[in-house]
Design a binder for this molecule. Sequence first.
Ligand code: ACM
Length: 624
Amino acid sequence: MKKILLSFLLVALFQHMYAQHSIIPAPVNYESTDAVFALDNSVSLNIATGDQQVQRHAELFQSFLKNNGIDVAVQTKKTEKTIIVSLLKKENPTLGSEGYTLSVDEKTITISANKAAGIFNGFQTLQQLVPTELETAARINIGGCEIIDYPRFGWRGLMMDVSRHFFSVDEVKAYIDKMAEYKFNVFHWHLTDDEGWRIEIKSLPKLTEVGAWRVERNGRFGENRPYPKEGEKATYGGFYTQEQIKDIVKYASERNVTIVPEIDFPGHSMAVLAAYPELSTKKEAKFVNPGSKFAEWPGNGTFKMLIENTLNPADEKVYEFVDKVFTEVAQLFPGQYIHMGGDECYHGYWDEDPAVQKFMKKNKIKDSHELQSYFVKRVEKIVSSKGKKMIGWDEILEGGLADGAAVMSWRGMKGGIEAAKMEHEVVMTPTTFAYLDYTQGDKSVENAIYASLSLEKSYSFEPIPDEVDPKYILGGQGNLWTEVIPNLPYAFYMTYPRAFALTETFWSPKEKKNWDSFINRTETHFSKFDAANTSISKAVLEPIISIYKEGDKLMCALKNNAQNTDIYYTIDNTYPVQFGQKYTAPFEIPAGDLSLRTQTFRSNKPLGRALLIHRTELEKRVKK
Ligand code: ACM
């Protein structure tokens, strides 16, 4: 009896802790009360500070309400029902620079913080308290609560690659809008790559006249995208003017988002070399890559670039070029960090070039790793001479890490661990948890890429490895590479809901993370995205198929990670799936020309997509 009582109490406690809100990322402390605040046109917004950023954040909140049919006036006197926003006179050290308290009672909503960033985050939480189904009503009932909230990490990033696909200013802003709603605060802007240079550099005009444009190709990157034909016009692409960049920087800052620009050197530089071929060893004319295959990856971690896409580290002119680029980049972006790339740099052209070899001998550089390190250290000096801190992908560790450089660990956590042990700052963004271009669901229904990453796996990300001093881990980031992401709706589809998992990892206390609570809250946010006509991936609701052999039998197990669902299936090419065979235990897939057809249901309504996979495909899934 005692045990039953205890479980009952635990369930009640769990429900009290989690079931009462759908906030993502989960706040540090949330207590619900019985109060209800009726938000309607009679409510006023009282901004008890002259802080310009707070004023701007309040205006954004006003527009949010207006879009939901509610007009609140900003005024200084207290009305019967008021939303009071104030900066704390005496700092609350617990809240730090981005934390806030939010209290909702019958007559008053109060948001307080040490800094404007905290107020912004408080507004985002308040927006999430608006029930989805009432978002267009003339009155919104907000459930009473007391929230104390602050982030676990200071770097909560999303990276967007605008080189493989060019996103317009409005599209970039839309991406920033969404990330800010979920309390991400770093937008890592991957501005340059082999497939296009996207930032105006006034002292180097050919970077955008030539480097921003490629011949138009559609479909998958790789073998099926032919190289440019003789005389073919480069018509696909674009770039951001410096005025547009300033506008986006300001737009982001009004949403508590700092932009980290990435200029990827010395590899990934085919677009640079299309404009200025003299910066390579061969000095041969190049083109901006239209997504054609130009590298070989034998699968043992090595690679070979069939076209030179690296800057020549032995040429002083290259450093003059890099200096010009970073002079203008540093002036455009007020944030502390500049990302210099450094990843996947092929050294073959350096190894073959007599002038490079002579340079190495003269400078006592023993191999190409040290040569890359020499380059990175020179770049670090250039970046720090502009008053900025340099960050790079974990390859910048190879051959010796530059003093003061921060490391973005992407090939697992290893590079980050090594850098943190050397007392360098680290941002954790491993492929295994944080690569948003990887597919989310069953491969039979996804736009193929070379790897997959489920929502559950993203949610299990822990950015601080046991063996390092946590103070070196600035935080983490999700990366959206866009080889297979040619438009904004698909960028959202690929980013969310995994970005929910990441933001909760980067914001919420580690001990607060709870999958059951998270998946329930995620489902509420599916409705919010549906209401905004934005389609994000619901693959997490679909069956997860495991195929294995039991003797000669081909066996199939099905599950999913959402609650209160049933999975139905057929294995005889027939419909209907629903009310057919309900999955209860692993079953045999008999031999024959047949397919597995399966889907998840809740209360007899389908969730997610129906999956249809032929037996021959299923057979290929058996682990050897
Ligand atoms: C990377 O994914 N090449 C950083």
